[in-house]
Ligand binder design. Sequence first.
Ligand SMILES: [Fe+2]
Ligand SMILES: [Fe+2]
Length: 210
Amino acid sequence: MTKAQRVNRVKNTLYSEDELLRRLGEIEMIEDSNIRNATIRTFMDGCPDYFWTAPTSSTGKYHSDDECGEYGNLLHTKRVFAEYCNISDSYVEAELITEQAQECGKAAALIHDMMKYGWPSERSNHTVSNHDLIGEDVAIHIGECPRLVGDLVAAHNGPWADGPTPTSPHEWLFHTADKSASGIHEDSRAVYCASDELLEEWPEVHIIES
Ligand SMILES: [Fe+2]
Ligand SMILES: [Fe+2]
């Protein structure tokens, strides 16, 4: 039994697949049944309780206010999934990635921050910088996900955490989707400098505080 299987055997309140799909309906948007089933297995057998209710940032850094509150990690996960689906369509159309690879990316988007606070047995009150590598471990050894899912999860933090820095265009895309969906500017429609014409036309335009 691997460490992933050993420490995650307990501490999972998911009592049925229906309950999982109610909380995370995005799983049903994975069309490839093998990848969908691996995603379901990863959550049913590997997801710590904290994933469902914890903030995605324990310090208030790098994420929008709503993602730093209760259920923030779940909200962030759903945003990353939506962002990834939107941007990756262009990569599929340009044949930079295959549809199969995109399916792996959808699974990785749902799994990428599952282990944000580390192994449940280590009871961390803070997010941990190796959650990318732990997430990879859980996806591969508990969920038996395809290798690409593990690679995307491992590199999702780009150059910022413990996992490897992305190398392929797909890994960079995945990291960018995560970063861009984190809502650090509160509003993805906000701008740095609003000129007078813009302010006159849209007085409510959101401005990024720098
Ligand atoms: Fe992360
Ligand atoms: Fe994330």
